[in-house]
Design a protein around this ligand. Structure first.
Ligand code: AMP
Length: 308
């Protein structure tokens, strides 16, 4: 069983989509990553922080799935990270209305002793200095370090973000953020610029238009599954990252060829996430549903064309 270290926010989210709104529900990058990764044969640990306003039922969600929470610090008297977002009618774009860092503002991560030799590290969205702190605590160089980030950190902590990008193997980022980070409109050129920053692989997520995996001068494309109903895209990117790294950690094969499969697994997990608010769909997701949809993905992209 491969070991996976997950760092990212564990949060309260308030979400508004054209179909409805929620008050503070369970969210956070590490939450979505962990839930998705728990569908693979991995020994995962979450490194994050919450306040003592974080309900025990939410903590149980992690432990029920055998996710190690010994490094999920609970700060007495502290308030959990809070994010509020509102989606536009096309659901592809959103406005962040509130970001309250709360306990995240003074967080020093501690990777659990038993996970310092993990082969795969998933640096989910949170302060880049915290992401760097996790890399520095690994006892030996992990086989694969994957980083996800967002515009908030480009706007507020660009320097430490560039430092951590230098140290990772894979950057996963959405199209809008790739353009902001590189000042390039073409995603192909943006990926080349990101290679120059350090990563060997770049995954650019394009919401309902799928995801692109770049490596040297090669590119692989995975569509998103066309769904009848997209209800709430929150966490889709993190769920993708959880499926991507969960699969890679479980197989122990980090080649470009296997990374193509990982992109499909990530897209598959993300397709469930968007069907309900927040983590709701992931919480009730069955293994049979995951494998059935994987077959749909295969059928969606398989064709037999005669090439002369
Ligand atoms: P995604 O839709 O994949 O971008 O992820 C949404 C999740 O990211 C939500 O559950 C939020 O709690 C979390 N989030 C929002 N803003 C930030 C931020 N600046 N840093 C870390 N996590 C965030």
């Amino acid at each position: 069983m491969g070991k996976l270290v997950i760092v990212g926010t564990v949060a309260f989210d308030a979400i508004e989509t054209p179909f409805g709104k929620t008050d503070k529900i369970l969210g956070g990058a590490a939450t979505f990553i962990g839930l998705a990764a728990s569908h693979f044969n991995v020994d995962a640990a979450v490194v994050s922080v919450v306040g003592d306003d974080f309900p025990k039922e939410y903590l149980d969600i992690f432990t029920d799935r055998d996710i190690d929470v010994s490094a999920l610090e609970v700060v007495p008297g502290g308030k959990t990270f809070f994010w509020k977002g509102k989606y536009h009618n096309d659901l592809n774009s959103r406005d962040t209305l509130v970001t309250e860092l709360n306990v995240l503002a003074d967080f020093s991560p501690v990777v659990p002793e038993g996970h310092r030799d993990a082969e795969v590290v998933m640096l989910g969205n949170l302060h880049p200095s915290v992401q760097m702190g996790v890399i520095q605590q690994m006892a030996k160089k992990p086989k694969l370090v994957v980083l996800d980030t967002m515009n908030f950190w480009m706007d507020n902590a660009l320097e430490p973000l560039m430092e951590v990008i230098k140290k990772v193997d894979v950057l996963t980022i959405n199209d809008e953020e790739a353009r902001q980070l590189t000042n390039e409109y073409s995603l192909v050129t943006a990926a080349q610029r990101i290679f120059e920053m350090g990563p060997k692989y770049v995954v650019i997520k394009k919401g309902e238009h799928g995801a692109l995996l770049f490596f040297k001068d090669e590119v692989f494309f995975a569509p998103a599954l066309p769904l009848k109903e997209v209800f709430d895209p929150t966490g889709a990117g993190d769920t993708f990252a959880g499926g991507f790294t969960g699969y890679l950690a479980s197989t122990g094969n980090h080649s470009f060829e296997n990374m193509k499969n990982a992109v499909i697994h990530g897209s598959n997990m993300a397709s469930f996430c968007v069907e309900r608010f927040g983590t709701e769909r992931l919480l009730e997701l069955k293994r049979e549903e995951v494998s059935r949809r994987l077959h749909q993905f295969k059928a969606l992209t398989q064709f037999d064309i005669e090439l002369k």
